[in-house]
Design a binder for this molecule. Structure first.
Ligand SMILES: Nc1ncnc2c1ncn2[C@@H]1O[C@H](COP(=O)(O)OP(=O)(O)OP(=O)(O)O)[C@@H](O)[C@H]1O
Length: 295
C-alpha cells in the first residue's frame, strides 16, 4: 500500500456564508482517503492560523489547506512560505481573489474534489514592510476601505460596494515620492496597488496583466480620482481591461520604495495593517508551493 500524504485543513469558523455547512463533514465525505490522511483544525483567534500552518510544515505535512477568505489564506500561506508544504484553498470568503486567480472552484464540494487530483506548482508572493501578501497589497484608498471594513459587523460584496461609494468622495489623495525601476516620481497618490495576482477578489481586476509566476509585481498608481475617472476605472476593473492613462498608470517591477509626508494606511490581502510614512514593497519569486486543480 502506498504511503498516505498528511494534509491539514485549517478552518476559520468566523468566515464564510451565514448558512453554515459542516465543512469537516464534507471533507470527510469527499476527500480521497486512499491518498490523503486528513487532520482538521479550527482557528480560535485572529493570528492563530500562521502558527497552525507553521507547525504542520515543520512536521512534514504535504499540504495545508486554508478554509476561509483571503484573510485566512494570507495567514495560512504566511506560515508555509519558503517551506516544501503546499497551500491548498477551500474558498469561503466573499472576495476569494487568490482562489479566483488560480482557478480553484468556488463551490465547496468541487474545491474538495479538486484537491484529490491536484497538482503541485509554485507562485510568487510579495511583502510590504515585511508583511507577506499573495494577491494584492496597497496604500491609500484601498487600505482605508480595508480599515473601515475591518470595523464593520456586516461582510460581503454589497457592504463593500456601499462602503466604497460612501467613502470615495471623502477620501483625499496625498503627496508621495515613489522610487520604481530606478526612477523617482513625486506625485499625488489616491491609491497605489501592488498586485501579485490580477484581482482584488470578486473579479475586480486592478492589474489585468499580473502574472503570479513572473517574479514581478504589477503596480497600479491612481494619482487622483474624480467622478469620470472613477467610472472609467470601475468599468475597466470589471471588464478586465487596463484603464486609460489619464486614470491609472501601470508598472512591472521587483521592488518599490515610497516616502510620504503624512502617515498613509496600508493593507496586505485586504487586511488593514496600519499606517507608515515609508514603505518597502518587494516580490519573493516562487516562494510558495500551491495545489492547483489538474486541467
Ligand atoms: N477564530 C477566529 N476568530 C476571530 N477571527 C479570526 C479567527 N480565525 C481567523 N480570524 C480572522 O478573521 C479575519 C477574516 O478572515 P477571512 O478574510 O478569511 O474571512 P471573511 O472576512 O469572511 O472573508 P472576506 O474577507 O472575503 O469577506 C482574518 O483577518 C483572520 O485573522
Amino acid at each position: 500500500m502506498s504511503k498516505l500524504s498528511p494534509i491539514r485543513f485549517i478552518i476559520n469558523p468566523t468566515s464564510g456564508p451565514r448558512n453554515k455547512v459542516d465543512v469537516a463533514a464534507r471533507i470527510n465525505l469527499l476527500l480521497d482517503q486512499t491518498k490523503y490522511k486528513p487532520d482538521i483544525v479550527y482557528t480560535t483567534h485572529a493570528g492563530h492560523a500562521p502558527e497552525l500552518a507553521r507547525e504542520a510544515a515543520e512536521a512534514g505535512y504535504e499540504v495545508v489547506v486554508a478554509v476561509g477568505g483571503d484573510g485566512t489564506m494570507n495567514e495560512v500561506a504566511k506560515g508555509l512560505l519558503h517551506s516544501d508544504t503546499a497551500l491548498g484553498i477551500l474558498p469561503r470568503g466573499s472576495g476569494n481573489g487568490l482562489a479566483r486567480h488560480l482557478q480553484i472552484p468556488l463551490q465547496l464540494d468541487k474545491a474538495i474534489l479538486a484537491l484529490n487530483n491536484g497538482v503541485k506548482s509554485r507562485i510568487d508572493s510579495g511583502s510590504i514592510n515585511g508583511h507577506p501578501f499573495f494577491t494584492t497589497a496597497g496604500i491609500g484608498f484601498d487600505a482605508y476601505i480595508s480599515s473601515v471594513f475591518a470595523g464593520n459587523k456586516k461582510r460581503g460584496l454589497q457592504t463593500y460596494v456601499e462602503l466604497i461609494l460612501k467613502e470615495i468622495r471623502k477620501y483625499k489623495h496625498l503627496p508621495v515620492t515613489v522610487t520604481i525601476n530606478g526612477q523617482s516620481i513625486s506625485t499625488d497618490c489616491f491609491v497605489m496597488a501592488f498586485a501579485n495576482a490580477a484581482q482584488y477578489g470578486n473579479n475586480a481586476y486592478i492589474a489585468p496583466l499580473a502574472d503570479i509566476r513572473d517574479g514581478l509585481l504589477d503596480v497600479c498608481l491612481i494619482r487622483q480620482l474624480d467622478f469620470v475617472k472613477a467610472l472609467n476605472l470601475s468599468y475597466c476593473m470589471l471588464a478586465k481591461q487596463l484603464a486609460n492613462a489619464d486614470s491609472a498608470e501601470y508598472f512591472k517591477t521587483t521592488n518599490v520604495e515610497i516616502e510620504t509626508e503624512e502617515p498613509m494606511m496600508f493593507h496586505a490581502d485586504g487586511e488593514f495593517i496600519g499606517k507608515a510614512k515609508q514603505f518597502e514593497v518587494q516580490t519573493l519569486p516562487l516562494s510558495l508551493h500551491v495545489i492547483l486543480p489538474s486541467t
